[in-house]
Write a protein that binds this ligand. Sequence first.
Ligand SMILES: Nc1ncnc2c1ncn2[C@@H]1O[C@H](COP(=O)(O)OP(=O)(O)OP(=O)(O)O)[C@@H](O)[C@H]1O
Ligand SMILES: [Mg+2]
Length: 253
Amino acid sequence: MKVLAINNQKGGVGKTMLAVHVAWYLAENGARVLCVDLDPQGNASFTLAAGQFGDARQLFFGPAICPPNAPGVHLLAGDRGLDAVDFRLQEAVLEFRGAMAGLAPHFDYAVLDTPPTWGGRNYAALMVASCLLAPIDLETYALQGVRQLLAQKAAVERQARQGRPIDFLGLLPSRFQSQSPRQRQSLADLLRAEGSRVMFPEFGVLTQRQGYAEALDLKAPVWTIRKTAAQDAGREIRKVLATIKARLDGIPA
Ligand SMILES: Nc1ncnc2c1ncn2[C@@H]1O[C@H](COP(=O)(O)OP(=O)(O)OP(=O)(O)O)[C@@H](O)[C@H]1O
Ligand SMILES: [Mg+2]
């Protein structure tokens, strides 16, 4: 099971929008995809509700989960019960690691959607991730957020992975407003500051488009919505998703 964590300690940058589309895309060709919603807000859980087979909190506190063994997107939903992770941090994250290992034979991929604040659930996600992808916005504090994220990634690798690195797929500019000179400048600044160490130009960018928000409401991939604007968004995100899948498939299981 390849585990992709989608994380950035910044709110509203498109983490959940990306996570649910990655899950749908990976499942298209019959793969078994686990989506774990580690965010008590439960946004991914709303959109992927049809595939729910348990709750994410069970990974930390039990009872054990009985996994389906079928193609498609299967959800462990997020709710306020996840807040308790930070009160029993050490046991909870170890339990989580064991539970994820138990699920590994039943899924080809796992996609972890994470909350926007640092804490036990994000720590747990980085602990088990094969790779990490960070959507970013291009507003004023984007750069600080990125530096914080990379520092946390390094800390988890050191403390909880015996130095085993998380494959960092990079930053994905999201909700990009291509008409805004300020945002174009911000993208150029980010590239200059972080360069190809963290930005992978082959990913492209996800622009701000109504179709994405609509897809989350309709609980369906944006490329299945029959409106020209949604179809444009569908083409844009599928290119990004194909690159993500190729990167995931390229890492050892
Ligand atoms: N590219 C986009 N274009 C237009 N709207 C978008 C785009 N990406 C996300 N949105 C919308 O922006 C809002 C925030 O997106 P999303 O929930 O995916 O962000 P998030 O990073 O998961 O937020 P949080 O930190 O609260 O979990 C949602 O209402 C979503 O529908
Ligand atoms: Mg979210």
